[in-house]
Write a protein that binds this ligand. Structure first.
Ligand SMILES: [Zn+2]
Length: 372
């Protein structure tokens, strides 16, 4: 979604929220699915008629970087910060079933996939699963329910209910529409990283555990044969390295964090082998897709060399990634065993120069105040 689109959708939202705010205090919020009274939803037309008056009042300060929060309207703040609840059957996403990702309205983190959304009939968007690690469960102040908040910014989302038997996963995340922004499939800006560090089963296993990682796929890269098979790659004649493609949420993690993990889960000083796996298909490689990724990769290698490690990791622009056969995916998870080929050994990375240190979390306005 472009900034302009985000601005527009944000603006419509603040208006819808204004209409909902009336009901905030009176509504107990996400209820058990049974017996929820049907409130009258405010007419959509009413909401949109006010748009002209609201022109320019919405300040969208969110950017794609870590720690930058979008400025909230009072209506959004009532739910996201003060844990209010929008009136049932009034939220934009209650009956919304487009393919895409639902993100946190405050920080932009990816929270839910449309494939996990279902119609619970209780008046709020319902999901029976979350994106791994994106949603935190905490005891509600009411002493009975379980509140759910964004794991990245602690913004209030709603409540989670178990044991209702509504879907096979028997879980219902009951989420306020106003706590989320939907990004249609095709406009979702995933982070993407490519690493080769020996047998891809082990590299995939470790990277999948990282917060913010959405998926890791095993495959083949940097060779000269199209769509190679495992047997071809193992014959060591195609030039490919066993590699992984990592898709991640750029709000919750970043390329440098993942590249550091990559260096900690394999031995970058071994040439064309990794432990018992020998041959150029098991070479150490990091394959950037941009100048910035390449800068980070080379910087980390320099840091490792400054620690006395004779790093042989190749750095090349990413070529076509060919996903491996299905039986190679999630190998250790399916087998229920631990990798023989990889373990994680933390590295004490050198301190960065002053200007490289990330800005403290908080809105741009807050940062300015702190400095002024
Ligand atoms: Zn958030």
């Amino acid at each position: 979604m472009t900034k302009i689109e985000r601005l527009i959708s944000g603006r419509l939202w603040s208006l819808a929220a204004a209409a909902l705010a009336i009901g905030l205090a009176a509504t107990l919020g996400c209820q058990q699915a049974q017996g929820e009274p049907e409130d009258e939803a405010p007419a959509e037309e009413q909401v949109e008629d006010e748009s002209a008056d609201q022109e320019g009042t919405e300040d969208v300060s969110q950017d794609d970087g870590n720690g930058e929060y979008r400025e909230l309207t009072p209506e959004e703040e009532a739910v996201i910060v003060h844990k209010g609840t929008e009136r049932p059957f009034t939220g934009e996403y209650d009956k919304h079933f487009e393919p895409g990702i639902y993100t946190c309205r405050q920080c932009g983190a990816m929270l839910y996939q449309s494939t996990d959304k279902f119609d619970s009939g209780c008046g709020w968007p319902a999901f029976d699963d979350e994106i791994d690690g994106a949603v935190k469960r905490v005891p509600d102040a009411d002493g009975m329910r379980t509140e759910i908040v964004c794991a990245n910014c602690d913004g209030h989302l709603g409540h989670v209910f178990l044991g209702e038997g509504l879907t096979p996963k028997d879980t219902r995340h009951c989420v306020n529409s106003i706590s989320m922004i939907f990004i249609p499939e095709g406009e979702v800006e995933y982070g993407r990283a490519y690493f080769a560090g020996g047998c891809f089963w082990g590299v995939e296993h470790w990277l999948e555990k990282e917060p913010g990682v959405l998926s890791v796929t095993s495959g083949y890269m940097q060779g000269h044969v199209e769509n190679p098979t495992y047997e071809q790659v193992c014959s060591k004649t195609t030039g490919h390295a066993e590699a992984v493609e990592v898709l991640y949420d750029p709000v919750r993690t970043d390329y440098e964090t993942l590249a550091k993990v990559f260096f900690e889960i394999h031995d970058p000083t071994q040439l064309n082998r990794q432990g018992p796996d020998i041959g150029n298909t098991y070479r150490s490689g990091i394959y950037p897709t941009s100048d910035e990724q390449e800068r980070v990769a080379r910087k980390l290698i320099e840091q490792l060399r400054s620690l006395g490690l004779d790093v042989v990791t190749e750095v090349e622009r990413a070529e076509t990634f060919w996903p491996a056969e299905e039986y190679h995916q999630n190998y250790y998870e399916r087998k229920g065993t631990l990798p023989y080929c990889h373990s994680r050994k933390p590295i004490e990375w050198p301190e960065e120069a002053e200007e490289e240190v990330a800005e403290p979390a908080g809105s741009a306005a807050q940062v300015e105040q702190d400095q002024g």
